[in-house]
Write a protein that binds this ligand. Structure first.
Ligand code: FAD
Ligand code: PYC
Length: 416
């Protein structure tokens, strides 16, 4: 009997809001699986889901040291888009956006996708040239992108400050109208429930402490819930990728830095796009609760602490006031931070590792939420077949040895 049986539904309606069925089981870990995924964020859960759905592999565990989606997945600012410069990235992020467009139906879980448009501002002539070049490159890849004049920006955001006297006057910008936001928790919960329905064991409160290897393969993982073996392993532990890689005996070209965000007190709906400025350095959107959601760049030091420094918040606030003097009396309600893993070219690593049965998916930096379904889709292919998916092949670890970097710092939206 499934947990969504008629009996459950009947009991739920009889009890009103009591007795909700659990969304996924809480199984005890088995001693061995076909595949173990470490990391119960969106990317790890999506990988497990597509492994089961597309490759019929169900004997899988997802090991999560905390709770599902409690990492970067549950702490990001929910922006999704596919307006990347290079062909390799454009195709990967566009796959993800296309999967997002059908994800609520696919998972039967409302991820609250809102394609309200993502605007990037330009504040100088050289930035306008760069915006125009990017828009052309993006369109050549079949992805929607348009140049905006200041008047068009004003009609989309009537409260924006377009004064030519401001320190960084707005000369124009670009928009991806299919970009927007999606509810981050729902993405994790939707994938978790769907993966669980396909028989995957989601094991929370299960931290991987050490990795046992011999003859070039991973044998098992020592965890806080015992020793767990598998034929194949996938590490998807954003923020701690280098820590896990070191336990497995290899190094990653990654810097781990704090990234912060904050929300204001709630306001009536007035801001129905996502806005970014890499020059004054802030991005903002309005949540369904009415809060303004704001963020900026990373703190410029390596750290595993879960908080950032006040100077970043201060700069973020002065940047928002540059764009929106009208918000000067708005109060900040709360702020938070989390660690992001950043590669030298601001692109992810997806693929094989020096250990033959270990695969890694990491380095999404400040921008991996938008990639969640696409990343899981291509990584599942990699683990199931042993070979990278053709869209993920350029993102292999050995690109750093070959010098084939995919520099996407400009598309990262927030500075690394
Ligand atoms: P996570 O959700 O972090 O999952 C990894 C999991 O691994 C964690 O749950 C962690 O607990 C677990 N783990 C770690 N070590 C172990 C271990 N030893 N054993 C077991 N489990 C372990 N991206 C966008 O596209 N748009 C945005 O607007 C955006 N805004 C952001 C704002 C902020 C403030 C931050 C911090 C990030 C933002 N990002 C954004 C980036 C995005 O959140 C991440 O790239 C993405 O969520 C990574 O997903 P994940 O599943 O790989 O990682
Ligand atoms: O990648 O779009 C993005 C993003 C916005 C804020 C943080 N990351």
């Amino acid at each position: 009997m499934t947990r969504y049986s008629a009996l459950n539904l009947f009991q739920k309606s009889r009890d009103g809001h009591k007795g909700w069925p659990e969304a996924w089981r809480k199984p005890a870990p088995k001693s061995s699986y076909d595949i173990v995924i470490v990391g119960g964020g969106g990317h790890g859960l999506a990988t497990a889901y597509y492994l089961a759905k597309n490759y019929g592999i169900n004997n899988i565990a997802v090991l999560e040291k905390g709770w599902i989606g409690g990492g970067n997945t549950g702490r990001n600012t929910t922006i999704i888009r596919s307006n990347y410069l290079w062909n390799e990235s454009a195709h990967l992020y566009e796959l993800s956006l296309k999967l997002y467009e059908k994800l609520s139906q696919e998972l039967n879980f409302n991820i609250m996708l809102s394609q309200r448009g993502v605007i990037n501002l330009a504040h100088s002539q050289s930035e306008m040239h760069e915006v125009t070049r990017r828009v052309s490159a993006i369109r050549l890849n079949g992805i929607d992108s348009e140049v905006l004049t200041p008047d068009q920006i004003k009609s989309l955001i009537p409260i924006i400050n377009l004064s030519s006297k401001s320190r960084y006057p707005i000369l124009g910008g670009s928009i991806q109208r299919r970009g927007g936001v999606a509810r981050h928790d729902a993405v994790a919960w939707g994938f978790a429930r769907a993966a669980d329905n396909l028989g995957i064991d989601i094991i929370e409160n299960c931290e991987v402490l050490s990795v046992s290897t011999s003859n070039g393969i991973v044998r098992s993982l020592e965890t806080t819930r015992g020793c767990i073996g598998a034929k194949k392993f996938g590490f998807v532990v954003s923020g701690h990728s280098s820590v896990l890689a070191e336990k497995a005996g290899f190094r990653l070209p990654i810097c781990s830095q704090p990234l912060q965000a904050l929300v204001s007190e709630p306001l009536k709906p007035f801001f129905d796009v996502v806005l970014m400025s890499g020059t004054v350095h802030v991005y903002l959107s309005q949540s369904d609760k009415g809060e303004l959601v704001l963020g900026a760049g990373t703190d410029k030091y390596n750290s595993y602490s879960q908080r950032g420094s006040l100077s970043v918040i201060e700069e973020m606030m002065s940047a928002s006031l540059e764009l929106f003097p009208i918000l000067s009396r708005l109060k900040v309600m709360r702020m938070w931070g989390r660690i992001v893993d950043i590669c030298p070219d601001a692109s992810p690593i997806i693929g094989n590792t020096p250990l033959r049965n270990l695969y890694i998916n990491c380095g999404w930096g400040t921008g991996g939420f938008k990639a969640t379904p696409g990343s899981g889709y291509v990584f599942a292919h990699n683990i199931a077949t042993g070979e990278p998916h053709n869209l993920a092949a350029p993102f292999s670890l050995d690109r750093f040895a070959k010098g084939k970097l995919i520099d996407e710092h400009g598309a990262a939206a927030v500075a690394h």
